[in-house]
Design a protein around this ligand. Structure first.
Ligand code: 13P
Length: 252
């Protein structure tokens, strides 16, 4: 389909003023010869400027792990999409399951954040995925369908052409329990078909759908060999430059 894979490293609430630029420098060194894969890192907000400095002029994209749904103003503790673009960020995660779970983010809020990101010129990586109880209850497809339908509601085709989706089954995040390539593929294929009905076939074919959840150097190649898996959103393994570079290598 000609979709260039994207390998995204979500550092979550890890690293500090010293280790964040160091990790970025190592990732840059170890991935600089890879041409057929896009790479992006998502440091914690206060560390983004130091990482931007290290990656300035490189092909590695940088994004925040979340953004506010509001434009600006009296929203203590929030970070706006405009702030991120003004720094030089390209991406933002939206609707990560940890935001949904610990900050009670609804599909409707995820939709507002997605639109806010697009309006500010950021590429949103919209995260979806079912909990273990939902999978066990046979609700995986219904849950993901609602997350996609509501999360992407109101987007024009032009806007959708800039969106990346990440399928992250909650039961696979940080648990070491990766979805099998078949489990990942069936949901990715479902999402792509849904995008074709919500937008059109061309957009569905062009949209990158990443898999996330215990992606490691040892399982990345098989996951990404699936026809509808276009890259990875990596948590734990993105904190090791060797592991992250090996995952990127298996995509490129
Ligand atoms: P792990 O790779 O640590 O399972 O985390 C996945 C994730 O949540 C990436 O956003």
């Amino acid at each position: 389909m000609g979709r260039k894979p994207l390998i995204a490293g979500n550092w979550k609430m890890n690293t500090d003023a010293v280790s964040a630029p160091n990790l970025a420098r190592e990732v840059l060194q170890k991935t600089s010869r890879l041409r057929n894969v896009d790479i992006a890192v998502f440091p914690p907000f206060p560390l983004i400027p130091s990482v931007l400095k290290v990656l300035d002029g490189s092909a590695i994209g940088i994004g925040g792990q979340d953004i506010s749904a509001e434009l600006q103003g009296a929203f203590t503790g929030e970070v706006s999409a405009g702030m991120m673009t003004s720094l030089g960020c390209t991406y933002t995660l939206v609707g990560h399951s940890e935001r949904r779970e610990y900050h009670l983010e609804s599909d409707e809020l995820v939709n507002r954040k997605t639109i806010r990101a697009l309006e500010a010129g950021l590429i949103p990586i919209v995260c979806v995925g079912e909990k273990l109880s939902e999978r066990d209850g046979g609700e995986t497809f219904a849950r993901v369908e609602r997350q996609i339908k509501v999360g992407l509601a109101g987007l024009s085709k032009e806007q959708m052409a800039r969106v990346v989706i990440a399928y992250e089954p909650v039961w696979a995040i940080g648990t070491g329990r990766t979805a099998t390539p078949q489990q990942a593929e069936e949901v990715h294929e479902f999402i792509r078909k849904l995008l074709a009905t919500l937008f059109d076939q061309q957009i569905a074919d062009a949209t990158r759908i990443l898999y996330g959840g215990s992606v490691k150097a040892s399982n990345a190649r098989e996951l990404m060999s699936q026809p509808d898996v276009d890259g990875a959103l990596v948590g734990g393994a993105s904190l090791s430059s060797d592991d992250f570079a090996a995952i990127a290598e298996s995509a490129g």
